[in-house]
Each structure stands twice: as C-alpha cells, then as structure tokens.
Design a protein around this ligand. Structure first.
Ligand SMILES: O=P(O)(O)OC[C@H]1O[C@H](OP(=O)(O)OP(=O)(O)O)[C@H](O)[C@@H]1O
Ligand code: HPA
Ligand SMILES: [Mg+2]
Length: 179
C-alpha cells in the first residue's frame, strides 16, 4: 500500500500528537455540556476513535454516514445521507467530527440539516483541511492540519474504499487513479 504513496505528509506519531492536543482542547471547551459527538462515516471513524479517547468529559456518540466521492477524486456534488443519526439533536450541543474538509459541500449540507433539526449549537472539528478545494465558503472551528492541493489517503481517508487503514496521511500517486 505504501508503494502507492507519493509523499507522506504526516506520520502516525505526528497525527497522534495532534489528536491528543485537539482532544484536550475540546475537553476544556465542552466540559459540562454533555455534547453529542457525531462521527461522519466512513472517513472519520479512526479520528473519532482516537479523539474521544483523549476527551475526559461526559459525552454521547452517534454516527452518520454521508457520501459524495464514491470511487472518484472529485466530489460528485451530490451529498447523500446513507445512514442517519439514532439520537434527536434538538436542544443539544453537537460536535461534528470530520476527517477532511475539501470542497466544503458535505459539511455545508450537514450543518444545514442539524440546524433545521434545532440543535442548540453546531461545532465542527476536522483533522485535515484542504482550503484550495473549497467551492463553498466554510471554515471548521477546530482544525488539525492544513493540507496542500492534492488527493490524499490514509488515517480513514480512502480512494475507492482502499487505504483507510494506513496510520499516516499521504499524497496518492496520480497513476493510481489515472489508469
Ligand atoms: O468537503 P468535501 O468536498 O465534501 O469532502 C469531504 C468529505 O468527503 C469524504 O467523504 P466521502 O464522500 O468520500 O465518503 P467516505 O467518508 O465514506 O469516504 C470525506 O470523508 C468528507 O466527509
Ligand atoms: O483528498 C481527499 N482524499 C480522500 N477523500 C477525500 N474527500 C475529500 N477530499 C479527499
Ligand atoms: Mg471517500
């Protein structure tokens, strides 16, 4: 799998350190608010698991599966809910956990859905941000790393469902998706 990586951007140790810092910061900011922490599947599953282990406060978890990329390196532009939440969000402090913000389409759709369901507050934590990809104006409240304009995989992020299990984040060799 590593053969398909052109450049490692952040290794496992650097990611773990950053996730720990984010978890500690979020614990301070959400102390006594019993947040509903929402993992955006599939990509955010590893970040979510590592993040909440670093949050030493009462919280609840839920999962939502959303997809717009499929087996492509560009957003289809159509954001679909594959699996919805089990928990009502009305009146809750919601913390969205995302792996990456690229075009911003997934998140703008999701924030709109949660606000229409009357969440008390909606906060976004993303591990990776690719500002060059943005087509809608949107920033996360908490960001781990800012990435260059390249298609990346690893630490939950896939290309055609592969590479999610790499413990690092790296740029995928273009020949993998152009052939
Ligand atoms: O800002 P955007 O351009 O919308 O891109 C970000 C979203 O795209 C990816 O999900 P994807 O649709 O690939 O589903 P997956 O998490 O199941 O891989 C990623 O995990 C984010 O959720
Ligand atoms: O660079 C990316 N890699 C994997 N999935 C993604 N979803 C949005 N951008 C990306
Ligand atoms: Mg994907």
């Amino acid at each position: 799998m590593l053969n398909d990586i052109q450049e490692v951007l952040y290794d496992a140790e650097q990611i773990q350190q950053k996730v720990k810092e984010l978890g500690e910061q979020l614990s301070r900011d959400f102390n006594d608010r019993n947040p509903l922490v929402i993992c955006i599947l599939k990509g955010a599953f590893i970040f979510m698991a590592d993040l909440v282990k670093n949050m030493d406060i009462p919280l609840e978890l839920d999962f939502m599966a959303i997809s717009s990329y499929g087996a492509s390196t560009k957003s289809s532009g159509v954001v679909k809910i594959i699996k919805d939440l089990d928990t009502p969000v009305e009146g809750r402090d919601v913390l969205i956990v995302e792996d990456i913000i690229d075009s911003g389409l997934t998140l703008s759709y999701l924030i709109d859905v949660l606000e229409r369901r009357n969440a008390k507050s909606v906060t976004v934590a993303t591990l990776f941000d690719k500002p060059a990809g943005r087509t809608v104006d949107l920033e996360a409240d908490y960001t781990g790393f800012t990435l260059p304009d390249a298609f990346v995989v690893g630490y939950g992020l896939d290309y055609a469902e592969r590479y999610r299990n790499l413990p690092l984040i790296g740029i995928l060799k273009p020949e993998v998706y152009s052939k």
